[in-house]
Design a protein around this ligand. Structure first.
Ligand code: BEZ
Length: 213
């Protein structure tokens, strides 16, 4: 069965471009982003990995450890990395799992046989410091992902893990958020959001991003 939000992200040990990786140990007390691409030496994947490398300082700021994966060998990854550096203007600065035996791809259900029974689709797993899956997305091989959106999701996950709020449509870090419907106690609301809130409807209560305070 596929992994769901709230499940523990399965631990594994696998080879990578940075040596052997024990997943939970690699994450330590941080957040994790585990994502698969279909294959080395393919054009969309080349752009995705280059862009992700450019965002490394953004991931570091958020205490997110990035880990890529395909079912290629380490030698194949090593051969491809210079192409990414050359064409995308940046060296890949995070490990790529060499999941030749499909151990991790199988654990995370990253191979969708009706699409392609040999390579991984574009899966993304967001893992919290408690090692639980907080979100996941899946794209087909032909659609490159938007890694700015991935950062935005991380911002929402990190904010909503800390505060009793949810983030509205197209929200970006720093913008107003919504008090979760389950929070009804006005004394607690006052204590959590001393600047007050705007009730557009009884169920739609807008508040300033509490992490700005
Ligand atoms: C790509 O990364 O460009 C790609 C890989 C597999 C199928 C289609 C595109």
């Amino acid at each position: 069965m596929s992994l769901r939000i709230g499940d523990v992200a399965p631990d594994f040990e696998q080879d990578s471009t940075a040596g052997k990786i024990k997943f939970h140990e690699y994450l330590a007390d941080g957040w994790g982003l585990l994502f698969s691409h279909p294959a080395d030496f393919t054009p969309v994947c080349t752009t995705e990995l280059g862009y992700t490398a450019k965002l490394q300082s953004e991931f570091a700021k958020r205490n997110v450890k990035v880990l890529a994966l395909s079912v290629d060998s380490q030698a194949s990854h090593d051969g491809w990395l210079p192409d990414i550096a050359e064409t995308q203007g940046t060296a890949v600065n995070f490990p790529i799992l060499a999941d030749l035996d499909k151990k991790v791809a199988t654990l995370y259900d990253m191979i969708h046989p009706a699409a392609d029974d040999k390579t991984t689709v574009r899966s993304v797993f967001f893992v919290g410091p408690d090692k639980k899956i907080k979100a996941s997305i899946t794209y087909p091989a032909s659609t490159g992902r938007n890694f700015d959106e991935i950062l935005r999701v991380i911002d929402s996950l990190q904010l909503t893990a800390k505060h009793k709020v949810a983030t509205p449509v197209n929200w970006k870090k720093g913008e107003d958020v919504i008090i979760v419907p389950a929070l009804k106690d006005e004394a607690e609301i006052k204590q959590r959001f001393p600047e007050g809130y705007k009730a557009v409807k009884p169920y739609l209560r807008i508040v300033k991003d509490p992490s700005n305070n």
